[in-house]
Ligand binder design. Structure first.
Ligand code: ZN
Length: 463
């Protein structure tokens, strides 16, 4: 039996706007006293009127643009009706017919839509009781719906990490999966022998990246097993919703059927249509930062390896530090700076304003006179003290002696004082390391080891 998994992902991202989606309440809800960031609107009290958050709408469009979507200039909100204890209004304000953004693409995965909605409250279970906290109710939420173009749990992970990276590059959400500010619901079925399709299953409540991958793999195996027993194929009524039990590492049936008809969507009567003109959309596009893919391509043209380019572009802040130092598109010292950023500077928290590109250039220009450990030390110290590394190098005597005459004098002494090591060298040239070490020691560590080795080899041949 040939099995091809067909996976689509619905990703929810909580926007980090100051206020909520339809009211002026503070949108912060992590570590807050329950039910302190609430008002009649987000508590769903009768007669309260929602007012859309402009910043949230702009951020939704910004994300859509970053994902290559077409932007609907005229959109409207709709009510998605369902009952849930933490949904006080008994409906969620969302978008169905006219989302802000449609038809995007993230590498090989087509994006169906990116739309704006609001988060629900939270049910908190304490000592067998369920308590409700409405601080999260009405927090802006963006939903990114992919087409079912994903073929494996690994591809799902790659896709999610890319979405996370883009969202963080845009600075519109922390997109923290463990914290719940980014959530993912996979929809899965299988194509069997290129001919038959198993019923669609949507998985809910997956709270980690590993969980998403494990849940998808579990469902692939379960559906294959199920199909081999009952041969039931997909139809318009047999889509089910399954929850993910992280303790048992398995999915379980939650709801038998669910289509958009069940939600009785209708246009939100309290909010007029939203119009973003072409000019407004272009103004938002102009605020898009350089995206990771573009950065990677740029770094490769600077001669950096795939590995270095990926590592540098992983985080927008980190790569902006590199971009501040390397502004010239054919800079000869990109690789040198990349190594320092990925190496010694990777472990410390860097403030971009404290980065002085001139210092890196100075170090690069003098790199042949400095040992690699001295360079590392100077990078850290000059950053810390905000002093030119060359001044520090002079103060600390870190320049290496490459002057062959000076090194010859030292080497002659070393040869005269170490007859046994010299004899060893005549038998085994690999043992020269000892003599190089002695030259380094006599020079107080300032000799350039490569030059010292060359001088020794020359003298020992003459011997
Ligand atoms: Zn409110």
């Amino acid at each position: 039996m040939k099995i091809t998994p067909i996976i689509g992902l619905e990703v929810h991202v909580e926007l980090k706007t100051k206020s909520k989606m339809f009211c002026g309440c503070d949108a912060e809800h992590f570590h807050t006293e329950p039910n302190t960031h609430t008002c009649p609107v987000c508590l769903g009290l009768p007669g309260a009127l929602p007012v859309p958050n402009k910043k949230a709408c702009e951020w939704c469009i910004k994300l859509g643009l970053a994902l290559g979507c077409t932007i609907n200039e005229e959109t409207f909100f709709e009510r998605k009706n369902y009952f849930y204890p933490d949904l006080a209004k008994s409906y969620q304000i969302s978008q169905l017919q006219k989302p802000f953004c449609i038809n995007g693409k993230l590498e090989d995965v087509r994006i169906n839509r990116v739309h704006q909605e609001e988060d629900t409250g939270k049910s908190v279970h304490v000592n067998g009781e369920t308590l409700l906290d409405f601080n999260r109710s009405g927090v802006p939420l963006v939903e990114i719906v992919s087409e079912p173009d994903i073929k494996s749990p690994e591809d799902a992970k790659t896709y999610l990490l890319k979405i996370q990276q883009i969202v963080r590059y845009l600075g519109i959400s922390d997109a923290d999966i463990e914290k719940g500010s980014m959530r993912c619901e996979p929809t899965i079925n299988l194509c069997i022998d290129d001919e038959f399709y198993t019923p669609l299953v949507e998985i809910k409540n997956v709270a980690s990246l590993t969980g998403v991958m494990t849940a998808i793999q579990y469902e692939i195996d379960r559906q294959a097993e199920q199909y081999s027993q009952d041969k039931i194929t997909k139809n318009s009524t047999n889509k089910t919703t399954r929850g993910w039990d992280a303790d048992k590492q398995q999915t379980f049936l939650q709801r038998e059927k669910e289509g958009s008809a069940d939600y009785r969507y209708f246009p939100e009567p309290d909010i007029p249509p939203i119009i973003f003109s072409k000019e407004q959309v272009e103004a938002i596009r102009a605020t898009l930062p350089e995206m990771p893919e573009a950065k990677i391509a740029k770094y490769k043209t600077l001669g950096l390896s795939d590995y270095d380019s990926n590592l540098l572009s992983e985080d927008s802040y980190f790569s902006s530090i590199f971009d501040k130092i390397i502004t010239d598109s054919d800079s000869v010292y990109a690789k040198f700076v990349a190594n320092l950023l990925i190496g010694p500077l990777k472990t410390i928290e860097i403030t971009i304003d404290k980065i002085n590109p001139e210092y890196f250039k100075n170090l690069f220009d003098n790199k042949d006179q400095l040992s690699s450990s001295a360079i590392k030390q100077l990078v850290l110290e000059s950053y810390d003290k905000q002093v030119d590394p060359l001044i520090l190098a002079k103060q600390q005597n870190l320049f290496q002696v490459s002057d062959t005459n000076k090194l010859e004098e030292i080497a002659k002494d070393v040869i005269a004082n170490n007859p046994k090591a010299v004899a060893d060298y005549q038998k085994n040239p690999m043992s020269i390391g000892f003599l190089v070490g002695q030259v380094m020691k006599s020079s107080g560590g300032s000799a350039n080891p490569q030059v010292a080795k060359e001088v020794l080899e020359k003298l020992l041949v003459l011997n």
